[in-house]
Design a binder for this molecule. Structure first.
Ligand SMILES: C[S@@+](CC[C@H](N)C(=O)[O-])C[C@H]1O[C@@H](n2cnc3c(N)ncnc32)[C@H](O)[C@@H]1O
Length: 378
């Protein structure tokens, strides 16, 4: 993705999956009270020390506080305040509607685009990425802030006099009937598979006495966009969990949520038909608790790190946690490994469909009690 030629912006990144490519700008926040200058090495040591001492990097309170401000501070120039890991206040300027010029690819006239900051959202920076940012961007005021303000960047319509943006490929979806039919057909194949039977028997043998009343699917992708195999597999599995719980809980209400910013209005309708509510970030994190089943495969956000700080779900289905720290958008870190010591691992036994995704069931039937601030670190 290209360089920015507008002074106001800080970091531009594009988020690419097999389903779509979107552009996001993570703007820079500034410390309200400047602190003494620190070297990169000092900051890295402090991030490690904060992590080791159990300071949660993600809390429901901090995510909720930022999200609440995003709902009310919507005019360019408004200010949003967050508190970093050291307790220092960071100020973020709202930029919605502000123009930005971007160069997509090589700096050729045809690659220069007039764009605008569009929807604002929460950005999540994992512990490894906080440290890596120091190499990439140097020492910044947000060195100790895992939450950030991020904007969807949309191209301005050159024919519009009122600053309209061009709809992107996310609006270019199949219609509801076609998407629903495709999902039903693929779900049927899943329900006829041995893996489906095996998955249900794992639930029955491992968590039939766990108190579970919620399902949260994170980053499953879109059923309505092309290349929806993974989204379909993951959503079909969540539907299986829902049916299993409905049978087990004698049809009592099970809250079922799906959060992926890529989801479209067609996804929303199709998901509603199968009992799932499409929700916007950051509600998914706020919903996850000890009575939840959580699924997240190859997300572009540090789901494992966020969940390790805020909840001990009854079941998590995500990519196998390794013994070493990883550098990815959803890294394995010491806290994630520590969380997993309370879980039992089960293989899907179907590497073709599920690759390195595994099922973790919480050993303790009784839901662990979080700390007073709702987090789980010692
Ligand atoms: C590499 S794709 C993986 C999609 C799918 N799970 C799969 O296995 O192919 C990463 C997904 O993370 C989603 N994502 C990014 N930020 C997210 C957020 N804050 N909450 C939930 N999903 C998010 C993206 O929209 C994208 O669908």
């Amino acid at each position: 993705m290209g360089d920015d030629i507008d002074e106001g912006y800080e970091i531009i990144m594009s988020s690419t999956s097999s389903q779509s490519c979107t552009t996001w700008a993570t703007i820079q926040g500034t410390l309200i009270e400047p602190r003494e200058k620190e070297t990169k090495e000092q900051i890295i040591a402090k991030i490690d020390a904060l992590y080791e001492s159990g300071v949660p990097f993600f809390t429901k309170n901090a995510i909720r506080a930022l999200s609440d401000q995003l709902k009310t501070k919507t005019t360019s120039g408004d200010k949003i305040i967050t508190k970093d890991l050291t307790g220092a206040s960071i100020e973020w300027k709202v930029k919605i509607g502000k123009p930005i010029k971007l160069i997509y690819g090589d700096d050729l006239p045809e690659n220069r685009k007039e764009c605008a900051y569009s929807e604002a959202g929460v950005g999540y920076t994992s512990k490894p990425s906080l440290k890596q940012s120091l190499d990439w961007y140097g020492v910044q005021d947000t060195a100790y802030e895992p939450l950030s303000l991020t904007y969807r960047i949309r191209q301005l319509d050159p024919n519009s006099k009122t600053g309209e943006t061009i709809p992107d490929d996310l609006e270019d979806t199949k219609d509801r009937e076609a998407v629903a039919k495709d999902f039903q057909e693929k779900s049927q194949a899943w329900e006829e598979s041995e893996t489906y039977q095996r998955f249900k028997s794992i639930l029955s043998s491992e968590v039939s006495d766990h108190n579970i009343n919620k399902i949260v699917g994170l980053a499953c992708g879109s059923l309505a966009l092309p290349n929806n195999e993974n989204a379909t597999n993951q959503t079909a599995l969540l539907v299986t969990v829902r049916s299993w719980l409905k049978d087990r809980n004698q049809n009592t209400d099970i809250s079922c949520y799906i959060q992926d910013p890529m989801n479209t209005s067609v996804d929303k309708e199709v998901l509603a038909d199968i009992g799932f509510e499409m929700i916007d970030d950051p509600r998914g994190w706020l919903e996850v608790d000890e009575r939840s089943v959580v699924l997240s495969v190859a997300p572009n956000v540090p789901v494992k790190e966020i969940i390790a700080d805020i909840a001990r779900p009854a079941v998590v289905i995500w990519n196998r946690v390794g013994d070493e720290d990883t550098q990815s958008t959803d890294p394995d870190t010491a806290r994630v490994r520590k969380m997993m010591t309370g879980y039992k691992l089960h293989e899907f036994g179907d590497g073709e469909r599920w690759s390195d995704v595994v099922i973790y069931t919480r050993e303790s039937k009784v839901a662990p009690i979080p700390r007073e601030d709702g987090t789980f670190q010692d």
